[in-house]
Design a binder for this molecule. Sequence first.
Ligand code: HEC
Ligand code: HEC
Length: 488
Amino acid sequence: MLNGVDPVAKPAGVDASYWNALVPEGNESTPERFALGKKLFFDRRLSSDGTVSCATCHDVSRGFADDRPTSEGVDGQLGVRNSPTAACSAFFYRLFWDGRSPNLEHQALQPIVNRREMGRPLDSEGVVAEIADDPEYKAMFQAAYGRDVNYADVGNALAVFERGLNFTDNPFFRYLRGDENAISADAKEGWKIFNDRGRCVSCHQISPSNPVGTNHKFHNIGVDDPAPDFATLAKRAATALNESSLPERTTEELAFDPELNKLGRFNVTELANDVGGFRTQQLLNVGVTAPYMRDGSIATLWDVVDHYNKGGEPSLAHDGGIEPLNLSERQVEQLVAFLFSLTDVRFGAENAREFERQRAVATQRRPERDDAAASRRTLLFERFAPPEKTNVANEKDETAVELTPTGDAPGKNVGSISETKTTSASERELEGAEKETDAANVENAESPTELEAPFEIETGDDEDALFLLVPDEEESTQPIETKGEKSR
Ligand code: HEC
Ligand code: HEC
């Protein structure tokens, strides 16, 4: 199974005590439970209208994520958060971007009863009624848990399946284990930058024994643009939570609110420190799970690095670790090369395609790039957009406009391809002209095209591993025949 890897065993290289601590007692992995979880994961009957399965948003050929900024549930309802990969999620003891779920068993049941995802009523009996008479399920539940079809075991089996999705065999770990040729010279330099001036390692610790690349903590890295009015939002969320008789449900609702979800971890803990904090996301298989960040607002890994390079979007609520890095264009590319080396070799072909696709996009458009901010030629306060509305006289507004960087603000790098994000009316008028200038400057900008492929492309047997994960029925959202033929 899984190309010789046993999906019910602990992944290689991971400490046994760490791994065992992640498995709740009584739900140890067995082949029967894995098979049941796999069937459930691809079964659209879990959703209220039979259109959505877990795999709709956690698609095998997309690294168990999807390619949308935010996911679409039953009745075409759009969510407000990006679907993270379900692969390697076994390593987390706080699931979801805000960590509101303690383990996979608990987590797996949440999307089913979420009215915007799979749309089942809270009592969840609907799912059980739907599949209880299916003789195949009856036999599989008995074989897995020695019980009839029941809701708790739906979650248990899904968790066992996910615990088998350990896509941790990547070129970078092969390099760490001594295969010098597993990654390119650029990726090796990128690894140094990751640990050194990029400061990535302060949140994304990664090693074969702690492979996912996260500190499991919550940080505000300045993704929101413009920065939200956190004080007002926090008051609203706190009121909702305090008045609720079911705070856990309210937290779940808040995670789907277009504004209040930006509070992140605060909606779980109500601690001021957690305002705007999101869990450090894993980096495994990051090459194949675009777009990025909890709101899917960042399109490519070039943009991710540009984001960090400029110190995030201007906000006073950033974590201390988020500040301008002054990385050169070459260093940005090396860091990107490193990130692409973290994808499991079984996704090798998809990773190579994604690298080319993202590179093509990045050659055309680098919306997060801001060389002036990255090199501190513009300072944080200069980057704040003026307030949209002012209740005092216009003078105030004008002062703010002067402070905001525009296309010809002093110190702005002339060769930069950054786009200045603006909100004031006067600047909106300027925007057209500025965009033209920027477009002209793109030609002068250093081009990312000379980058060598950061990984060896593995084909053949390794790719077959994916086939084993896709069930035979046509329920799969990605029939394997089309794998590789689709392009984004
Ligand atoms: C409509 C799309 C959608 C469906 C259907 C869906 N998910 Fe998700 N999934 C998401 C989104 C969006 C998130 C992040 C939500 C958040 O953090 O608030 C998520 C989060 C997760 C996570 C947490 C990963 C992490 O890094 O913390 C896991 C695991 C997961 N889903 C598994 C499942 C399973 C199992 C099912 C089926 C029972 C399922 N999902 C159904 C969209 C979906
Ligand atoms: C202060 C902690 C911190 C530092 C430093 C940090 N990150 Fe992150 N990283 C996070 C958090 C938190 C998220 C999720 C944020 C969100 O979506 O709001 C994240 C998300 C990401 C993602 C997106 C993953 C996905 O699947 O969407 C990538 C890629 C990433 N970081 C790479 C890096 C790199 C490269 C560096 C160094 C240049 C870095 N990070 C530095 C905390 C950090």
